[in-house]
Design a protein around this ligand. Structure first.
Ligand code: SF4
Length: 382
């Protein structure tokens, strides 16, 4: 059975093909354009991307859509007729920059807003933005790759986890995975073109579920057919000289099966990004991370036993509501034991609509900065 999200995705996809065909058969006209749609013919675009790899990957796909529609790339925002802003809502500062761009250009240019954006912000910007694009819209487009060393392949988008501080489930919606057959086709084509490193992307890559499993391998006792381990196993068998990486994994979905595949593969890099976010179990509970500090440390221990040369990086939030000095010290202790090669550390800031936004943001800016510096010195500067 296909999910509702998948049905919506198919409608987007076929709508996209229909409009593309109409425009190609009527070049230079507005054929196929309805109310609220942009005339894409013979004009210049500029894409401004904020945020993470998912947004950069989406921008590569947006580039491909606009080029297929006859748009040319502009060297600067000023030169463009159409500006696509690929937004990030993870921090207030990021969304402030999106507002600044929209206000600067909306009178002179058409603006498409894409990426992670909350409903409330969409409403506020609706009069100034021509249209909003949902990331699911361009999931299936073959991208134009900007980065020649690492090439991104999105395998899923959205999130079902609702970590208390995070807007992703509200901006990108619930998890939706791409069919494994499409992903494999794309990877094969990239390998043929000579790309050497393929990074599989998703908010939670390791909760990937193939929406179109074809064979009942599990029933025949031949292993699974639909989870992230199965997908990695299949990609690993594609002939060619290339490396596989993936981002981001949730600790609760890091199965033994997955660790074994990484350990045995000659193509999967022994580098794992495994966000811990905090090293205190009470704070992890408030964050709704669904694991304890002990679970995380045991997981790291198991990974290191099975993959001795593994490099593990992480994400940490300091100054989450109510985080005491003692609880922060527990994070410091965990980091000392975990021996991360790198940490992306952020100072907590409330995001509207999230569970944490209802909690008192009671750690001062100075204290958040102090905690940030302690961890940065411990992990990134040592
Ligand atoms: S797992 Fe948590 S932090 Fe990651 S995208 Fe989902 S809600 Fe956000």
């Amino acid at each position: 059975m296909y999910s509702i999200e998948y049905a919506i995705f198919l409608i987007y996809y076929f709508n996209e093909i229909l409009h593309q065909n109409l425009r190609l058969s009527n070049p230079g006209t507005k054929a196929g354009l309805g109310a609220g749609q942009v005339n894409y013919m013979l004009k210049k675009y500029f894409i401004k991307t904020f945020g993470c790899q998912m947004n950069f990957s989406d921008s590569e796909r947006i580039t491909s859509i606009l080029k297929r529609r006859g748009y040319k790339s502009a060297k600067s925002e000023g030169e463009a007729d159409l500006i696509v802003i690929n937004a990030c809502s993870v921090r207030q500062s990021a969304i402030d920059r999106v507002y600044a761009k929209v206000h600067k250009y909306y009178k002179a240019k058409k603006i498409i807003l894409a990426g992670c954006i909350l409903k409330e912000d969409k409403k506020k910007l609706a009069k100034k933005v021509k249209t909003f694009w949902n990331p699911k819209k361009y999931f299936n487009c073959f991208p134009i790759h900007e980065n020649k060393s690492v090439v991104y392949v999105p395998i899923m988008t959205g999130c079902n986890n609702f970590c208390a501080y995070c807007v992703v489930p509200y901006t990108r919606g619930r998890e939706i995975s791409r069919p494994a057959s499409e992903i494999i086709r794309e990877v094969k084509s990239l390998v043929k073109k000579g790309y050497e490193e393929i990074m599989l992307l998703g908010q939670n890559v390791n909760s990937y579920r193939n929406p179109r499993p074809t064979l009942s391998l599990r029933e025949r006792g031949l292993g699974g057919e639909g989870n992230f381990s199965d997908l990695l196993r299949k990609i690993d068998t594609i002939p060619g000289k290339f490396r596989i990486t993936f981002m981001t994994s949730h600790p609760k979905d890091m199965s033994d099966e997955l660790i074994d595949i990484i350990a045995k593969s000659g193509k999967i890099l022994k580098v794992i990004h495994l966000p811990v976010q905090a090293g205190d179990t009470q704070i992890l509970k408030k964050m709704n991370r669904k694991y304890t500090a002990v679970y995380y440390l045991n997981l790291i221990k198991k990974i290191r036993q099975k993959i001795p040369k593994v490099k593990i990086s992480t994400d940490i939030i300091v100054g989450f509501p109510g985080e005491t000095r003692k609880q922060f010290e527990n994070t410091v202790k965990l980091c000392k034991k975990a021996n991360f090669i790198k940490a992306y550390i952020s100072r907590y800031s409330p995001r509207p609509g999230t569970a944490a936004a209802k909690m008192a943001d009671n750690i001062s800016r100075a204290e958040k900065k102090r905690r940030w510096l302690v961890l940065d010195k411990l992990i990134n500067k040592s």
